[in-house]
Design a protein around this ligand. Sequence first.
Ligand code: AMP
Length: 445
Amino acid sequence: MKTFKELDLIAPVQRALVEENYETPTPIQAQTIPAALSGHDILGCAQTGTGKTAAFALPILNQLGQHNRKSAPGRPFALVLAPTRELAIQIGDSFAAYSRHLRLRHVLVYGGVSQGNQVRALNRGAHIIVATPGRLLDLMNQGHIKLEQLEVFVLDEADRMLDMGFMPDLKRIISKLPDERQSLFFSATMAPKISELAQTLLKNPVSVNVTPESKSVKKIKQELMYVERNGKLPLLKKILSTPDVDRALVFMRTKRTANMLSQQLVRFGIKATAIHGNKSQGARQRALEAFRSKQVQVLVATDVAARGIDIDGITHVINFDLPLEPEAYVHRIGRTGRAGAEGIAISFCSDSERGELRAIEKQIGQKVPRSKDQPKLEPKDRRPAPESRTRKEKEKTGRRSGSKVFTQRTTRRSKRTVAGEDKPKQQGQKNTKWRRLKKPAKQTS
Ligand code: AMP
């Protein structure tokens, strides 16, 4: 199969895809859509960024769009469960985009905001509900949502659901699903617990597996720049001022430094904002929207807040700090170069972060290529990672230049060098010049 036109999708969905400029289905879509259209359950192993939202949203819209059914208050035909509200909102956006020529209502249900608006929206009718587990259960318990006429159930990012402790909630929700249904199950990893959960949910599923993100990072142009902590901000400013940086996502380790950095950038006249877990849901959404609509050029994020950020056209991901968890590197750089678009990920590495760099390179199974634009290091920053010094270089530069260039032990060693003691000493040889340096008074006498 080559294009969406060759898929058996109804005309209003095809039209929306043309408007979205989708031509070729991604591998997960190419494998999932035909099987789901023919009513099979799906067990999909795929990460965010592979196009999996459309892989489940398009068959649902296709099925619901064929019937002209009215939606009943709080009684959906399709339910999509996602681990976070950010992801739920993004899935909702995708449904809105792909269903723009259909008369289908989807309602978002997630925590962290008051339930009033959500209940009112449900009462107006919902063909599709996109929900996070906690709030969904709340509203089910209050009788606002009933699942008896559900036809399709989607569990997205199952592994993250379990990581986030949603298993008990999930079990309660699953116990309320009608037996007669189609289930689509997606997870980035398939640990034994996930497979167990999948088995309880799925009947004769079609398994779909796309290259895990850790392998597909090869598609993203990665660069590494050695720079000490105090050189990072000037370097970031320089990179951000180059014309090809349209939209940059900058990663920091902590909420505090993310805030500080975005404020500093703003002071330099760069349009930036921060997103992290201490911000309210509203503030996070505003930050994402500002970034999406290009009101700001730079979004400074922490790992947790950035999970599931799905914004097209992020030209640069910049790791201001290397992540402590090597897996986070893969998630971070996966925010650029989405769905085949070109993207570049630049990582700053200071002397103290070389351990993290090694862990990352082990995780991705390759070296992060050193940047051709590696800035000239200030004397105090001149300490590249040892692996970048080849044996030949070491032999060429020797200990003496090592002391001058690489280690900053300027006092005694460079005094020795200045005094001309640059050859390795023979055993037993007296260090006369050294003594002279120590006792300059004798020299003049
Ligand atoms: P997802 O993995 O669902 O989060 O999708 C990642 C990004 O790829 C989203 O921004 C989608 O809009 C985009 N996308 C999904 N499918 C396609 C496609 N077939 N062609 C182009 N872009 C796509």
